[in-house]
Write a protein that binds this ligand. Structure first.
Ligand SMILES: C[S@@+](CC[C@H](N)C(=O)[O-])C[C@H]1O[C@@H](n2cnc3c(N)ncnc32)[C@H](O)[C@@H]1O
Length: 258
């Protein structure tokens, strides 16, 4: 993450402000089990039925310190062993805008041969393509089988506006067979704004310009299905934080890294 270069940015980057949702202790208040307990066998079954390859490639965007990435990896590989499925291998790529979180994830990585972490901003096109292509090439894959966006969309939206959010949905849909997404409802935007202003920061510049508001989670689903060639295949229900987790499938069968 680039160093703050002025006072306003310095305030935004003070510990606790977390302008990208880059909380240093995220998993102490939202442990991986909160999401994993909802995913159950049906995620695994849908993946194995839909992916005809002995290697599943997973991208976890906004992976923070990697705790959920690692637990998801364990859950997918354990299910594969129990069910004697033909999947031989799961490889995961976790990325996050915050390089300190990625350093922690890398240092604590229990599966360095299967899980790779890199720090970059998913909204920066050339950097994104470079990193994702390098990972896919290293595993002889042309696209991801699963892309995960857990508790990420609000941060993309607050920092990049409506156009940025829709572009993001477009980009992620086109690089994967399945998309697992846990969008924030609108009330989380208000809480995020309150938290940064309480710390004396100016708040999110894009927020007043955002038009996709009260039903943002519904609009995300609508955009994915109407504009990105995605079909909703499974709704896993809502977490204790009242965020729904949904699995979409790319039925357009067109894949491109962009
Ligand atoms: C609230 S945390 C969620 C962490 C994890 N996905 C989970 O749900 O357990 C959001 C994460 O997304 C990352 N993030 C936000 N904007 C990003 C961007 N443009 N590119 C990459 N990572 C981003 C943040 O640094 C933060 O670690």
């Amino acid at each position: 993450m680039a160093a703050p270069n002025n006072y306003k940015m310095a305030k935004l980057f003070q510990p606790g402000a977390a302008p990208f949702g880059n909380f240093i202790n995220y998993y102490s208040f939202n442990p991986p089990e909160n999401r994993l307990q909802l995913l159950t066998d049906s995620l695994f079954n849908t993946l194995t039925n839909g992916i005809h390859s002995n290697k599943i490639s997973v991208l976890d965007i906004g992976c923070n310190a990697g705790d959920l990435t690692v637990e998801l990896y364990k859950s997918l590989t354990q299910r594969s062993e129990v069910k004697h499925q033909s999947i031989a291998d799961v490889v995961m790529f976790g990325c996050d805008i915050d390089s300190i979180l990625i350093q922690r994830a890398t240092e604590d990585n229990p599966y360095p041969d299967q899980i790779t972490y890199r720090s970059f901003n998913i909204m920066e096109g050339a950097t994104r393509v470079m990193h994702l292509k390098a990972f896919l090439d290293s595993h002889q894959k042309e696209r991801f089988d699963l892309v995960c966006c857990f508790s990420l969309t609000m941060w993309i939206h607050l920092n990049n506006g409506d156009d940025g959010l829709l572009k993001f949905l477009d980009v992620v849909s086109s690089m994967t067979k399945f998309l697992l997404i846990e969008p924030h409802p609108w009330k989380c935007y208000r809480s995020a704004e309150r938290r940064v202003t309480k710390l004396g920061c100016q708040g999110f510049e894009m927020l007043p310009h955002i038009k996709i508001r009260n039903d943002v989670d519904v609009q995300i689903k609508k955009y994915l299905t109407e504009n990105c060639g995605m079909t909703l295949v499974k709704d896993f229900g809502a977490t204790t934080w009242k965020r729904s987790i949904q699995l979409f499938e790319n039925t357009s069968l067109k894949y491109i890294l962009k």
